[in-house]
Structures are given as C-alpha cells and as structure tokens.
Design a protein around this ligand. Sequence first.
Ligand code: PMP
Length: 377
Amino acid sequence: MTNEPVYLDHHATTPCDARVVERMLPFFTEIFGNPASLTNHHGRRAANHLEDSRISIARFFRVEPNEIYFTAGATESNNIALHLLRPGDHAISSMTEHKSVLAPLERFEKSGGEVTLLQPDGEGRIEAAAVMEALRPNTRLVSIEAANGEIGTVQPIAEIGVLCRERGVLFHTDMTQAAGKIPVLLANVDLASFSGHKMYGPKGIGGLYVRRGTRIEPLVAGGGQEKNVRSGTVNVPGVVGMAAAVQICAEEMRDEAARLAAIRDALREGIVTQITGVTVNGPRALRLPGNLNVSFDRVDAESLIIGLRRFSLSSGSACGSGERGPSRVLRAIGLTDPQSMGSIRIGLGRSNTMEHANMLIDDLKRVVARLREISAA
Ligand code: PMP
C-alpha cells in the first residue's frame, strides 16, 4: 500500500512505460556508439537502431522514414517548424496553441512578420472556414494543434490541411497531445511536432515530421546531424524509447481510448449530477478521451487542488507555470476570469481506473462543499 496520490495530470507528462525502459537500457551501456561514426562497428550498430526506430515511428504516422527528424522535444520541433517564416510572411494560428508555438510567433511578429491568431468557438474549435477567411496573399503557414491539452478539443486538421494544400500554404500541426492517443491523419499536413514524454516514452526526445520537399531552416548550427535540420549527437536511447512507446500506442491505442473515455464520461456524469454550480469546459464530442476540464462556481482551483490530497491534479497547462492568473485557453473560449480561476483539468491515463473516478467524485463533493462554506462565511 502506498500513500502516493493518484496521478491525474497525464497532459503534463506521462510515466515512461516499463516496457519502454527495458528497451532503452542496453542503449546506455552496450549499444552506446555515436550514430554519426559510421566508420566503426559501434557507430554503425547505433545508426542501425536509430534508422529502425525512424522506420517504425514513420509507419505509425503513415509517412516516409526520411520525413521524420529527431529533436529534443515538441518545443524544439515547434520552434524549428516556425523558423521557416521570413519577414514579410503572414502566419495564421490560434489563441489556444501551446506557448512553444505562440512564443516563436511573437518573435516572428517582432522581426517583421504578420500573425493572425484565430479565436476558437466556445468549445475551443477552429473551423476550416475561419482559417480560410484569415488567408492573405502573403500567408506562408498555418499552425493549428491537433488537440488541446487543457480542454481536449480535437481540431479538424484534415479539413484545414486540404484547404492549405489547395491554396499552396504550408500547414503545421502540433500533435503533441494527440499523438498516440487518437489517430492523426497527416495526409495534408506539411509539418507535425510530437514528443516522447506525452506518449509514455522518455522526456527530452521528440520529433518533427517534414513533408518531403518542404524547405526548413535549422535553428542551431553544428555537425549537421538529422540532415542538418537538428545538429547535435542524436539521443539514441531516447529515440529507441520513443519508438518503443509509439509501438505500444499503435497496439493499445484503440482499446485504451475507449477505456479512458468511459472513465471520463462516468466522472463527468458523477460531477454534474452530484455537485451544483458546475460547468464542463470544452467539447462533448471530438475530445481527447482522457481529458476533462471543469469549473466550480465560488471555488478557487488552487485551494481545491490542495484539498484533493489523494490526487495529483493541475488547473491547466504545466508549461504555463510561468504564466500566473487565469488560463489563456479558458479565456479564449469565453470564460470569465473568476470562472477560469475555479477550473481544474483532469488528465486520465494508463494507470487510472473507474475506482479513481469514484474516489475523485467523493472527494470533490466534500472539498467543494467545504470551500464554498468557507467563502460564504
Ligand atoms: N505542445 C503541446 C501541445 C504540449 O502539450 C507540450 C508539452 N506540454 C509541448 C508542445 C512541449 O513539449 P516538450 O515538453 O516535449 O517540449
């Protein structure tokens, strides 16, 4: 019996699957060669495993192995993708994107670029029609995430991709929260970012899909690894781990998505029927299976999270921990600041069960009632 709280923050990160760790271990001690040292056995051995991993990851995303580049994570992948923008270009993105998309876009704007950030509808959705309306003659790139990590909205990236393709505009999607959780179709996508640690793989490894023929500019200069897209010795244990993680997702994703959606739906029903003054944020359908985001009237989310001692929860994006105050995403979908400050994000994952949902409903009833009593006093 352990006293560890139940982990309900799987959008922030996921634990590395034990099967992934097992696959990685020989790559720290035994198969340690530098994959760029092709003149020796050790280097070639590492390079072979690197390329095998690239093949299996490419197969999962239904793209070509030479279209996959390894990076240090989705933050780096997003930065590399957006680095192709040049002063005078116009880019379209949305208000609910991750900081690692918005911050490079802000920098691009300061250096003479034009940026349109679309406002989503009340469920966080960006319609292809809204992208179409925002197009300008100098629009070079559209960047819309595949799914949102706070409210779980799944974006219509297939439609947006078709639109961009027809207009000759590049389409980038940050699929960090969607990859390995739901199918993501890259048929009309030019660039796509993903990260190992959101798929039960290791941290500090990620990738960027770049459609063949798409010109990108490296962010760092160096030894020219990864066809000069990302210089630096490749993190071979990380890549092998991410490939193992992807393989597990490929095998288990369908069943796991259905299992998580059932727990999530039970949790939502329990909360809305047993607690008053509750609003569920985000869409009912087309939502990440493990995501729930709920606002409690007259409750401060930070106090609520502290009160829910049996759980590890978060009020929003961990990457926004530098950003204090109301969530940008909740504000964009129309919540008032007090509503937003009373919201928690529940991120279900592989370790969670229906029992955890029942425990959380019980604890929420108790803690929400107590906090409301205190605030009324
Ligand atoms: N994009 C999204 C949507 C994310 O959720 C995250 C991680 N919170 C990132 C990018 C950054 O990923 P990484 O931690 O691999 O840099």
